[in-house]
Design a protein around this ligand. Structure first.
Ligand SMILES: [Zn+2]
Length: 169
């Protein structure tokens, strides 16, 4: 009943965004896009242990939930898996996964390149969700912008309620 369930959509402060990779490692990005775009892209890199993901993990752990991380044998390698509850959680960056929020904007440079890349990510996300749901998993997606300083408590509260007491919301 909570398929493709989404938490409250809001905003995510650019200043508090993580930068998991140093620009040095990504000369191609550094060279082709302006500073604002680059910072947006860097923040959305799908990496392990990103700041938004850590926020979710910490909250779950504190609430007593135990989980597995980056499970390779499940479609889409979900970031967080709660086997006992049959729940997988994806923590998605708004840019890379094309969130329908004010933080997603197409880069001005190389539009074809980005369109292809991002649309591929979206297709992969949809296919993974479908496969997971078809095999009995509940798929929850938490967006980077839902974990901003001013709304993360609300988001995490709902998430914990959803896992522990799914009929409550
Ligand atoms: Zn967003």
């Amino acid at each position: 009943m909570f398929r493709s369930w989404r938490l409250l959509q809001s905003t995510w402060s650019p200043t508090s965004r993580p930068c998991p990779e140093k620009p040095k490692k990504q000369p191609d990005l550094v060279d082709i896009v302006d500073k604002a775009t680059r910072s947006r892209m860097m923040s959305g890199i799908r990496g392990k242990n990103t700041k938004p993901e850590m926020i979710v993990r910490r909250a779950l752990h504190k609430a007593g939930f135990r989980y597995r991380l980056h499970v390779k044998d499940l479609p889409g390698n979900p970031d967080i898996v709660l086997p006992r509850y049959k729940i997988v959680i994806f923590v998605h960056g708004c840019f890379w996964h094309k969130h329908d929020c004010k933080y997603f904007k197409w880069p001005r440079t190389r539009p074809e390149f980005w369109k292809h890349k991002i649309e591929k990510n979206v297709e992969r996300d949809q296919a993974a969700s479908k496969q997971l749901e078809n095999t009995g998993w509940n798929v929850l997606t938490i967006w980077e912008c839902e974990l901003r300083k001013e709304n993360h408590l609300d988001t995490l509260g709902k998430l914990i309620l959803r896992i522990g007491c799914p009929d409550a919301i």
